[in-house]
Design a protein around this ligand. Structure first.
Ligand SMILES: [Zn+2]
Length: 301
């Protein structure tokens, strides 16, 4: 019954490596036609007890049956997830406990066929890699908000569509990440890319990340590299180097020390300006509050 279980199939096949802003993909295939359409917002279907056809005179009995149906309905509703997208927050990796900087991801999911464009596991993979790779600059991220995009937003075909994604949805303080079934390469006709760090053209201070569902789990980290001020690079070790190469293996690629230094500066500037809000500060405050509250009765101030 959970809609997330009916999610589009994962894509693991080979895609021509289009000039892409993001890499880290060993070769997924182009978006296959969507999985069979999932019912739009299926209603909880309580198993109703067989109800005798109400005799003409039995107003009271009918009322009882109505009450019973309502109760059964409530029980069924309790068994259903209240919000089918809640698992994108509750079941994806949290900021590393040791991180002193924890930033929120606001996740915006397209809903092709009525189901999220990608799974909780896929989002978890992206966040897990980001938290591993950004530990070097003491940055951790976690999905704190998730929303379903309206059905008219699906594939992102051009610059205007990239702008439109965040026009009404961008807010300062969090990293906004959109997931689409297909992200067109706006520079190469017919090609698609796996991810992009996009600056809203009317106001380039506003920035967000768009991921295609074909992205490998390192693509969020690459785009976050851009978000934290990095251009593409030519360091062999770097995730920001788009040149095809065999070594080092993907598992060893990370950010070059010079890139780390640059990202630290951008990180601090973004915190100072409020572009990112450190959630770890709140967490750090809590224990102090709890300690204060935990003073035994009668203890002095
Ligand atoms: Zn890039």
């Amino acid at each position: 019954m959970r809609r997330s279980s009916a999610v589009v199939s994962l894509l693991l096949l080979a895609l021509p490596v289009a000039a892409s802003c993001s890499q880290g993909v060993s070769g997924p295939e182009p978006a296959e036609p969507d999985a069979p359409v999932v019912e739009d917002m299926p209603q909880p279907a309580p198993e109703q007890p067989p109800v005798e056809p109400a005799p003409a005179h039995a107003g009271a009995a009918t009322e009882e049956a109505e009450v019973e149906r309502a109760e059964v309905g409530e029980a069924a509703a309790e068994a259903e997830p209240v919000d089918p997208l809640a698992a994108y927050v509750s079941s994806t990796p949290r900021c590393r406990p040791e991180a002193t900087r924890c930033f929120s991801i606001a996740l915006h999911l397209t809903m092709p066929g009525g189901a999220p464009a990608q799974t909780v596991d896929w989002v978890s993979g992206q966040v897990r890699q980001a938290n591993r790779l950004f530990a070097s600059i003491d940055v951790s991220v976690q999905v704190d908000r998730v929303e379903a995009l309206p059905p008219e937003i699906q594939e992102i075909d051009d610059r205007a569509a990239r702008d439109a994604l965040g026009r009404e949805r961008f807010s300062r303080g969090a990293l906004h990440v959109f997931v689409t079934p297909r992200l067109a390469d706006v520079d190469v006709d017919g090609a698609e890319i796996r991810g992009v760090h996009w600056r809203y053209r009317p106001d380039t201070q506003k920035r967000w990340i768009i991921l295609s569902k074909i992205a490998s789990d390192l693509v969020l980290s690459h785009e976050m590299g851009h978000f934290f001020g990095l251009p593409h690079s030519s360091y062999d070790i770097s995730l920001m180097n788009k040149s095809p190469r065999d070594a080092p293996p993907w598992s060893e690629r990370r950010f070059h020390d010079r890139e780390l230094a640059r990202m630290r500066r951008h990180r601090d500037a973004m915190v100072r300006s409020g572009m990112l809000v450190n959630q770890a500060n709140d967490q750090a405050d809590d224990p102090a509050n709890d300690q204060a509250k935990a003073k035994p009765p009668g203890a002095g101030e």
